[in-house]
Design a protein around this ligand. Structure first.
Ligand SMILES: Cc1cc2nc3c(=O)[nH]c(=O)nc-3n(C[C@H](O)[C@H](O)[C@H](O)COP(=O)(O)O)c2cc1C
Length: 192
């Protein structure tokens, strides 16, 4: 069974992370880490409290929720993480982007990302901010050069989305494409 880490940080677009956990847990084991501010934004955006989130996935045997404070987790170790298919931060705040780009670890999300880069495990940052400062752009460049993938949360309109759900599924479907997971979450551009 493929293994994934899905991290949720305090950027807008918490629903992307939740949808990703739902999709990936159908086909693999999903370790989930939510930052303190991720839980804060989750409550502000969706009125979902930390306890609601934990309860939502408690009956899903393929989802393991790990605390951002648990820096001694096996996820922090290259020998364990090197076997994973991907680490995805969705959504990724500019603060977490900065930590990853500069190799500083204030929580388990930063450490797991650092380990993914050094072990050459696919690392995807679904960033969300508008507009960007040069610092953000420089940090994106650093992560890209180090092998990470910067994937902006930018839904397209060429496939005529009819609902917010369509727009969420477009972004989540593109992430699944990036990690080689078959999906039909969004309508592909099929012009001749
Ligand atoms: C409602 C709300 C929405 C936010 N949206 C964003 C965002 O879209 N992008 C971003 O970079 N930060 C956003 N922030 C700020 C981050 O939460 C803040 O920088 C925080 O320190 C990020 O911490 P984390 O990366 O450890 O989760 C938002 C904060 C709040 C309260």
């Amino acid at each position: 069974m493929d293994k994934f880490v899905v991290c949720i940080t305090g950027a807008s677009g918490i629903i992307y992370g939740i949808r990703l956990i739902e999709e990936l847990s159908k086909i693999g084991k999903v370790y989930t880490i939510v930052s303190k501010n991720g839980y804060l934004v989750m409550e502000k955006e969706h009125n979902i409290k930390k306890s609601d989130f934990i309860k939502k996935f408690s009956s899903n045997k393929n989802v393991v929720i790990v605390s951002e404070k648990n820096i001694s987790s096996k996820l922090a170790s290259g020998s364990f993480l090197s076997k994973f298919k991907a680490v995805i931060i969705a959504p990724c705040s500019m603060s977490t982007l900065g930590a990853v780009a500069n190799g500083v670890n204030y929580n388990l999300i930063h450490r797991v990302s650092e380990v993914a880069l050094k072990e050459r495990v696919k690392l995807i940052l679904l960033i969300r901010e508008m507009p960007y400062s040069l610092i953000h752009i420089e940090n994106m460049k650093k992560v890209s050069i180090s092998g990470g993938i910067i994937a902006p949360a930018s839904p397209a309109f060429y496939n005529y989305p009819k609902s917010i759900d369509d727009m969420i599924n477009f972004v989540v479907g593109k992430i699944l494409d990036l990690i080689g997971v078959e999906n039909s979450l969004y309508k592909r551009w099929m012009n001749d």
